[in-house]
Design a protein around this ligand. Structure first.
Ligand SMILES: Cc1cc2nc3c(=O)[nH]c(=O)nc-3n(C[C@H](O)[C@H](O)[C@H](O)COP(=O)(O)O)c2cc1C
Length: 165
């Protein structure tokens, strides 16, 4: 082994989890953001965390509404989902622009991605500032899913999405 930096470590530990985070915009629409830094945090109550850069739009939207969806999208959205990680909802309506199908959630206000492998509906319970990111901790208030959809993972330092065999 040799000394490596954090970016190199993140490439080496692929495949990374991947999901599209949805949050309610001020105009009532739904913003989508690519997220690899998410994790289960607790089973009772079911809780997960997403770690978001302070630079993007989504963190502020979550703080304002207290809710977000996390859709573990399928391989049919491979290209469109990656594009949600390359531009901000400040300038692009990503769901409309990249033709990502949304549907109403069961409990929360933001819409979620149709045809996902798993959709988590989340209510914010806590935040923790972590240097240049903020960890958003949220209780999972509804979960839906099905194994017929093949899951996408991130590779190559978050530059590529693919399913695994
Ligand atoms: C595969 C992939 C995974 C990403 N994971 C994260 C993440 O976990 N946290 C984060 O802050 N940004 C992540 N990003 C970058 C954001 O998706 C990107 O900054 C996005 O433009 C933010 O959108 P917003 O301004 O609409 O919130 C990822 C990008 C890609 C392509």
């Amino acid at each position: 082994m040799k000394d490596i930096n954090i970016g190199q470590a993140q490439r080496l530990t692929a495949p990374c989890p991947f999901a599209l985070l949805s949050a309610k915009r001020a105009d009532g629409g739904t913003n989508l953001m690519a997220v690899s830094w998410w994790s289960y945090l607790s089973n009772h109550p079911p809780t997960l965390g997403v770690c978001l850069s302070k630079k993007g739009l989504s963190g502020g939207l979550i703080r304002e509404s207290g809710e977000f969806g996390l859709s573990v999208v399928g391989e049919q959205l491979k290209d469109a989902a990656l594009r949600c990680g390359t531009c901000s909802g400040r300038t692009v309506d990503k769901a409309a622009e990249f033709e990502i199908p949304l549907e109403d959630a069961a409990v929360i206000a933001p819409q979620v991605v149709s045809g996902s492998r798993v959709v988590f509906e989340c209510r914010l319970t806590d935040t923790k500032e972590v240097a240049d990111h903020v960890l958003y901790i949220a209780e999972i208030v509804a979960i839906r899913g099905g194994e017929e959809v093949r899951q996408l993972f991130a590779f190559d330092g978050y530059a590529r999405l693919d399913s695994v065999n």
